[in-house]
Design a protein around this ligand. Structure first.
Ligand SMILES: *Cc1c(COP(=O)(O)O)cnc(C)c1O
Length: 391
C-alpha cells in the first residue's frame, strides 16, 4: 500500500536528511553538556549551539545573543506573553491580541486574565486580517503588550505586522508575534517588522519536534518562566537539547537558502490546486485572503459535505486536516473560520491544504481528481445538497 500524499505541512513537516545528519553526532560521540566547557565534550556542544544560534538569528535578521532556545513555539509564546506581562506589571495590566491566534497565545492570555490582567481580543475581517487601526484604537495608557501572529495556521493570512509594529514602537509598547508558520515560508525580519519578541518552531520548517526559539530584542525585560541553572542568559533554564538545536540550526540555514525558489514554487502549486478544485467542483468557497497568504496554504469550504466524511473518503490518497491539529477531532467548527464569519455548518465543511517541499504537480492533480469524485459521491447522498442544488 503506498502511503497517502502528505498535504498537512501546517501541522508539522518531516525532518530533512541534511537536518538529521547534522543532529546525529550529538547523540553519541559529541554528547557533551553545552554548559560544561571545562573539557572538549562540553566545548563541542557549546560550539554547535552557537553555530545554530547564528543560523537562526540570520533567518530573521536578529543578533545571535537575541535568540533564546525553548521547547517549541508553545513555550516561546508562553515566555513572551507571560514573561512580558509579568515584567511589565508595574506599568499597566492591559494586553491586546486577536481572535484567530493559536491556542498557545489565546490560552496564555486567558490564564493572565484570571490573574487580573485585562485582555482585548480584536476581531478580524472576513479574510482574517487584523486592522492596525483597531490596534491603535485599543491602546490606552495601561497597555503593556500587543501579541498578533505573523501568519495564521489554518487560513494562511499574513498579518500587517510591520504596520502594527510602527504603532507599538511609537507608543513604547512591547510587541510579540508568533511566527511559527511564517518563518522559513515568507521573509521575516525583526527590524523591518518592529517586533520585540518573536516565536519560532523547528518542526514547522523541516527541523525536529520539541525545539523552538524566542527572539528577544536587546534590553527587553522578561520574567523567566523556567528557573534553574540560568542557561540562556537566565531567560530559560535547563540543559540545552544539543542534537535538536543543531538540527534546528541546519533547518534554518536551509530555509533561508531555499526560500527564494521554494515560496514561488509552492504558490504556483497552491494556485494550481485551487484552479483544479474550483473548475471541477461547484459550491466551493476559498476561506482566507486571496493575497497576503502563506504560499502553500489553501482552505476551502465544500458546501453540503461533511469535512470529516471527505477526509475519510480521501484517506488513502491524501493526508489532510479540517483545521488546526489541536482543534481537529473536536465537535465545534474551527474558531478561526467562525471568527471570519463563516457559518457553523460551512466551517464543518472545510478542509485545510498545507503544501510543502515534497509536493509536486502530480500530487496536486491526483488530490484534486479524487476530491472531485468524493465530493460528488458524498453530495448524491446529502439531502441538503439535493434541496439546495441549482436545477
Ligand atoms: C505549530 C504552532 C505553534 C506551536 O508550536 P509547537 O512548536 O508545536 O509548540 C504555535 N503557533 C503557531 C502559529 C503554530 O502554527
Amino acid at each position: 500500500m503506498p502511503r497517502p500524499i502528505y498535504m498537512d505541512h501546517h501541522a508539522t513537516t518531516p525532518v530533512l536528511p541534511e537536518v538529521r545528519d547534522a543532529m546525529l553526532p550529538f547523540f553519541t560521540e559529541q554528547f557533551g553538556n553545552a554548559s560544561s566547557v571545562t573539557h572538549v565534550y562540553g566545548k563541542e556542544a557549546a560550539d554547535a549551539i552557537e553555530e545554530a544560534r547564528r543560523s537562526i538569528a540570520d533567518l530573521i535578521g536578529a543578533a545571535p545573543a537575541e535568540i533564546v532556545f525553548t521547547s517549541g513555539a508553545t513555550e516561546s509564546d508562553n515566555l513572551a506573553i507571560r514573561g512580558g506581562a509579568h515584567a511589565g506589571r508595574g506599568k499597566g495590566n492591559h494586553i491586546i491580541t486577536c481572535a484567530i491566534e493559536h491556542e498557545a497565545v489565546l490560552e496564555t492570555c486567558r490564564a493572565l486574565e484570571a490573574e487580573g490582567f485585562a485582555v482585548t481580543c480584536l476581531p478580524v475581517d472576513s479574510r482574517g486580517m487584523v486592522d492596525p487601526g483597531d490596534v491603535l484604537r485599543a491602546i490606552h495608557p495601561g497597555t503593556i503588550l500587543v501579541t498578533i501572529h505573523a501568519a495564521n495556521n489554518e487560513i494562511g493570512a499574513l498579518e500587517p505586522i510591520a504596520d502594527i509594529g510602527r504603532i507599538t514602537r511609537e507608543k513604547g509598547i512591547l510587541f510579540h508575534t508568533d511566527a511559527a508558520q511564517a518563518a522559513g515560508r515568507v521573509p521575516v525580519a525583526v527590524n523591518g517588522m518592529n517586533v520585540d519578541l518573536l516565536s519560532l518552531s523547528a518542526h514547522k520548517m523541516y527541523g525536529p519536534k520539541g525545539i523552538g526559539a524566542l527572539y528577544v530584542r536587546r534590553k527587553v525585560a522578561l520574567e523567566p518562566q523556567i528557573t534553574g541553572g540560568g542557561q540562556e542568559r537566565k531567560r530559560r533554564s535547563g540543559t540545552l537539547n544539543v542534537p535538536a538545536i543543531a538540527g534546528f540550526g541546519k533547518a534554518a540555514e536551509i530555509a533561508k537558502r531555499d526560500l527564494p525558489a521554494e515560496a514561488p514554487r509552492l504558490e504556483a502549486l497552491r494556485d494550481r490546486l485551487w484552479s483544479r478544485i474550483s473548475e471541477r467542483i461547484d459550491g466551493v468557497v476559498l476561506n482566507g485572503p486571496a493575497e497576503n497568504r502563506l504560499p502553500g496554504n489553501l482552505n476551502v469550504t465544500f458546501s453540503h459535505v461533511e469535512g470529516e466524511a471527505l477526509l475519510m473518503a480521501l484517506r488513502e490518497t491524501a493526508a489532510l486536516s479540517t483545521g488546526s491539529a489541536c482543534a481537529s477531532g473536536t465537535v465545534r467548527g474551527s474558531y478561526v473560520l467562525r471568527a471570519l464569519g463563516v457559518p457553523e455548518e460551512e466551517a464543518h465543511s472545510s478542509l485545510r491544504f498545507g503544501l510543502g517541499r515534497s509536493n509536486t504537480e502530480d500530487h496536486v492533480d491526483r488530490v484534486a481528481d479524487h476530491l472531485a469524485r468524493a465530493v460528488s459521491r458524498l453530495r448524491t447522498i446529502s439531502p441538503f445538497y439535493q434541496e439546495a442544488r441549482p436545477s
